[in-house]
Write a protein that binds this ligand. Structure first.
Ligand SMILES: *[C@@H]1O[C@H](CO)[C@@H](O)[C@H](O)[C@H]1NC(C)=O
Length: 225
């Protein structure tokens, strides 16, 4: 045999092997997807293979008598915050009901029904508007809060006291351009476990002048009485 024909045979063999390998991988893959979805309609993929979607896009689902929520603070003064509750977006840029400062949604803690949303300018706004809002919250109301840009310049002791009463541990330390997400309730006897706070700190800030955004998801217990 001549050298060129040996090489030619080798190349042919390698090509065949490569094709076989590629075809096999490809078919194994698409076979599974096609056969299980449409051909064998009755055969479902085992649940571990399916990607479950939970309320608000959360990592976990909530047990009965708990409400799923996700609160995302604003990012610097650019991207607005969002508040999701039981898979409903209560506040967001798209809904056009957010603003710089403090964004607050009130929900009936028994029924899960939305009562009210409002945004309060904490940099140059009228702080008495927020005081009146907080004063009017009835027992058994869930309070979902997200900061955007600056939530503290106009903050006063009265407002801090209201939030502390709703279960906040961090509102006392909230300062200029800190980020803060909080879920509390009127009538809580203990501190709320649902709170995150990040300081505006030139050394650690993610953005120029602002810390990184905060994201908090979880399951808030339904109030039963
Ligand atoms: C929640 O809804 C129930 C039933 O409609 C009502 O009785 C209760 O007063 C409401 N609570 C709040 C805090 O809105």
């Amino acid at each position: 045999m001549r050298v060129t024909s040996v090489i030619r045979s080798l190349v042919l063999l390698l090509t065949l092997l490569a094709s076989w390998f590629l075809m096999q991988t490809y078919f194994q893959h698409s076979w599974k997807a096609i056969s299980l979805r449409s051909w064998l309609g009755a055969t479902k993929k085992p649940s571990s293979e399916r990607l479950p979607r939970h309320k608000c896009g959360n990592q976990k689902s909530c047990p009965q008598n708990y409400f799923a929520f996700k609160i995302i603070s604003g990012a610097a003064n650019v991207v607005g915050p969002s508040i999701c509750f039981e898979d409903l977006v209560l506040m967001s840029s798209v809904k056009n009901n957010i603003g710089r400062g403090l964004n607050i949604a009130l929900v009936n803690g028994t029924t899960g029904q939305l009562l009210k949303t409002d945004a309060f300018d904490m940099y140059s706004g009228d702080i008495t508007k927020l005081q009146t809002f907080l004063q009017g919250i009835k027992r058994g109301t869930l309070v979902l809060t997200a900061s955007y840009d600056d939530a503290a310049t106009k903050m006063n002791d009265k407002v801090r006291a209201y939030f502390t009463e709703l279960g906040s541990s961090h509102v006392g330390k909230l300062a200029f351009r800190d980020n803060w997400v909080f879920l509390g309730a009127k009538g809580l006897l203990n501190k709320s476990p649902f709170e995150k706070h990040i300081k505006n700190d030139g050394e650690t800030n993610k953005y120029d002048g602002w810390p990184e955004l905060l994201e908090m998801e979880g399951c808030a217990p339904r109030k039963m009485d």
